[in-house]
Design a protein around this ligand. Sequence first.
Ligand code: SF4
Length: 503
Amino acid sequence: MTLSKSQYIRGLQCHKSLWLLKNRPELREEPDRAQESLFDTGYSAGEAAKELFPGGVEIEFDADNFKGMLDKTKELIENGTEVIYEASFSVNGIFVMIDLLVKRDDFWDMYEVKASTEVKQYQLNDASIQWHVVSQVIPLDKAYIVYIDKTYERLGDLEVDKLFKRKDVTEMLLEMQEQIEPNLEEMKEVLGGDMPDVDIGGHCSDPFGCDFKQHCWKHIPSPSVFNLYWMNWSKKFEMYYKGIISYQDIPKDQKLSFTQQLQVSTARTKEPHINPDVIRSFVQEVEYPINFFDFETFFEAIPRFSNQRPYQQIPFQYSLHILHEDGTLEHREFLADEHSDPRDELITKMLSDITERGSIIAYNQAFEKRMIRELATCDSNRSKELLALNERFLDLIVPFRNGGYYHPDFNGSFSIKSVLPALFPGDPELDYKKLGSVQNGGDAMDTFAKLHLLKYPSKREAIRADLLAYCRLDTLAMVRIWEMLRQLVKVDILPVGDEIACG
Ligand code: SF4
């Protein structure tokens, strides 16, 4: 049996997943953009951590020549190299690579670098198989998990020794050693047999989202109990294991929340549920001019700017539609330069763009308000003005979340990406899928974080246009939803005019 470290971890999560990977790899889903972005984050952390032990020699990864990687590692060790990046070892078909291998007197220490901000159980499993292999080849003394200190704030140059924390996990790994051989034996047996009979369960997403879900979950209809709003996963699986899968299977005496009951009843009638009182109480709170506002943010594991913390979410863009009492609709927007810290310029423009009075409406306001609070902490001169904005926010999700309007096509989600197509099916002006390379917040986040790396200005400009189009649609969507809610409760309205673009 040959197994890499990641395959061992996969086997610990689910034997069927390991079997499918080795026998039916064509059923595996391609990694999505979010997974690729996680991979990139891990890579950037690994690169930065090399500076903890500078001057080392790297074993270049070569998927076609593992033997070459093993031979090079052996050669470096024999030649007295003291720091090796990606040192490679193999024992009994188990292949592992060590992020940082450092010689100390007659022993070696291994460092496993993680982009997380705490040490997790699966990372110990990861390191334990590495210890199992490497300790059979060279004398190991200590093992460390190197992870990111989220409280670190970059001030000037990056200080890697402050950015990273190290946890000595040697004792834990030694205790875990006795379980490794039995685990490997089990995996060997699994791989030597037919596909194991493993039902879906919590293990499909813990610790990682499995890339065979499309295959294993294909018997689950839509909607199903897995779409029930705010029901924890163990309860959903409890129902599933009892054979309660579709809404029709749910027994009459099953305890369901108000929203869950709406899901089940509207799926049956195929009609939306409307409670005008809930909608009216929201609509009556709103004051003109109405500022429909939405931020896009990005984060980086390795801070690029001063006063930036690892994974700190930083707004780099906003879109603002302003609806005046006479029905005039204006659009204002900001998109930062990708090469510099966006915060100062964004604050200046935002404070001048948002009208001095009137409501500010966001969809899921907690996020926008938190970003404004964070901006206020890094700009003491304007913090009062910034915090005053938060007093004027209203949340457009409220009438939906409070049962004012539920459409069966929401499918248990009140996100704008679920609500919008259900309310305006087939409207090309409001279709996120018709946008360019940026179609959701995750795309925007990932795109902007990498934009400064693109060499060609024309490519950067094309992407910036996609970012602007995406964020603009978020606030235009809010305007349309607002109009629809007002129509429903017939509060006096003036028609919304054509949009006026402003600087
Ligand atoms: S989807 Fe679930 S059951 Fe299927 S292979 Fe993955 S973890 Fe195992």
